[in-house]
Design a protein. Structure first.
Length: 252
């Protein structure tokens, strides 16, 4: 059974790796044996040190996924250093908060560019590598509770994360025949940078906690296990599914 979850010898690209959920997933993959390509628009020395402390290799790539321009180079650097890629986790994402009636085109475009456009085209680029390698591979997209629900004051975030769940199914349908598993994780309310404003709002914080059966905000390490599962041979017959990791939020 341990071998099913082992990532020994695997190479994983993780975007948005510097803090929060991305960092938690990187550490989980490294603990399972994977070498890491950490992608972020800022330096991520803490994440790198965590991986190296586990005896795994780490390649840092600084790239802003607000455009698709860095994608070709991300894949090229990965191949140059490791010779292959086995796993992609599309975690990079941003959020803009404003009433829908006042929401700007710029805030719409910025969020959509990072959260769904770059996600799709990086997945496409890595899937081409999987096909060329003839090894299959794993793609894990990070969705959201707002892949299932509408939310308030986050129009482009809701649209992008609904799109993530849809395009996860689409890619799974087309690429499963190449032994490429495409799935998603939908984190619940997590204690990350994106939710700092919610947690600081006493009323909103209480309302959220009152609805979560687990009675706490999620932590980055809560996502590590599901990420390892979806990256490993244990999930070889899981295709196009969005796994909610939400402390029971959707069950209420």
């Amino acid at each position: 059974m341990k071998e099913l979850f082992s990532l020994e010898g695997k190479v994983a690209i993780v975007t948005g790796c510097s803090t929060g959920l991305g960092q938690g997933m990187v550490v989980g993959l490294a603990q399972a044996g994977a070498d890491i390509v950490g992608v972020d628009y800022v330096d991520a020395p803490e994440t790198e040190q965590m991986v190296l402390a586990l005896g795994r290799k780490y390649l840092a790539i600084k790239a802003n996924l607000m455009t698709t321009d860095p994608i070709k180079d991300i894949v090229a650097q990965t191949k140059e250093v490791y010779g292959k890629v086995d796993i992609l986790i599309n975690n990079a994402g941003i959020i803009r908060r404003e009433d829908a009636i006042n929401f700007t085109e710029q805030d719409w475009d910025d969020v959509m560019n990072v959260n769904i456009k770059s996600l799709f085209f990086l997945s496409q680029a890595v899937a081409k590598e999987f096909m060329e390698q003839k090894t299959g591979g794993k793609i894990i997209n990070i969705a959201s509770m707002l892949s299932f629900q509408g939310g308030i004051r986050v129009p482009s975030y809701t649209a992008s994360k609904s799109g993530v769940m849809g395009v996860t199914r689409l890619m799974a349908n087309e690429w499963a025949k190449f032994d490429i598993n495409v799935n998603a994780i939908a984190p619940g309310y997590m204690a990350t940078n994106n939710t700092e404003a919610l947690r600081a709002d006493q009323d909103r914080n209480k309302a959220i906690l009152d609805r979560i059966p687990a009675n706490r905000w999620g932590a980055p390490n809560d996502i590590a296990g599901p990420a390892v599962f979806l990256a490993s041979a244990a999930s070889d017959y899981v295709n196009g599914y969005t796994l909610a990791v939400d402390g029971g939020w959707l069950a209420r």
